[in-house]
Design a protein around this ligand. Sequence first.
Ligand code: OAD
Length: 273
Amino acid sequence: MSQREPHHGTTVSSAQADTAAQVAQWLAQARHVCVVTGAGMSAESGIPTFRGTDDSLWSRFDPQQLATAEAWRADSELVWGWYRWRMAGVQRAQPNAGHCALAALAARHGSVALVTQNVDDLHERASSTVAAHVHGNLFALRCFDCGHPHDAPLAPCAPDSTPLRLAPPVCGHCGGQVRPGVVWFGEALPADAWHAAVQAASDCELMLVVGTSGLVHPAAGLPALARRHGARVVEINPAPTALAPSVDWAWRATAATALPALLACLEGSVPDP
Ligand code: OAD
């Protein structure tokens, strides 16, 4: 199969409708589906992506100063303040139509494994079950020193437009400093989550890859893995990505337009159980 751009010789809206109908058919036929999401999934909820726009996170901030264990050791107040600012942005955001459609689509299909690189909780708040948060979860706090989970509520955070320095919470177990539950550059992925992601990619007959640039490994290798196991891979992304060699069909649309369109087609093509 070769990658196809679904825009040839027709209006965008009818091409989008054709694409939705085609992908819905593949989805209805697939016994197991894996959906891999990235930052673009939450973009229409107002959460910035990491790359690709002037206001994306890595255009505005230096990951080496904010997203490594070395950065934490050098200046934990800078790092904690930045993550607390991001947590507040996520808490103010709502799941978008794409998150909601994905949850409905999974409930309808019955065998959809959702693997996300996102550290927000918008899939869960849209009632999806997430099989794997491969890059962790902002809110799964733990001690940097002893690893003990930290469940105490956080002090409210003002809705500032820029991050402020903030002292991290203190671990109730050892008195160390509490860190966000995300994977930083140079750290290993959580073993359970990665194992679940590899399993889902290996088992699926259809993989939907939504809103990721495909630049960060090992997660970026999941589409190629699925394809090696015989799956069809469909990318949903308004822009071309590094995943092109691993993708059978590139659906150039946003998450909040494509996924509801897909759900609508599926509801039309699959009888209620
Ligand atoms: P990126 O910011 O690298 O890529 C976001 C992708 O979303 C781009 O390909 C955009 O074209 C696409 N996009 C933007 N708006 C969209 C929309 N409305 N609908 C669909 N797609 C849209 O984000 P990730 O690929 O998720 O790692 O980044 C991977 C990892 O890099 C992140 O998990 C994070 C970061 O460093 C960690 O935090 C460990």
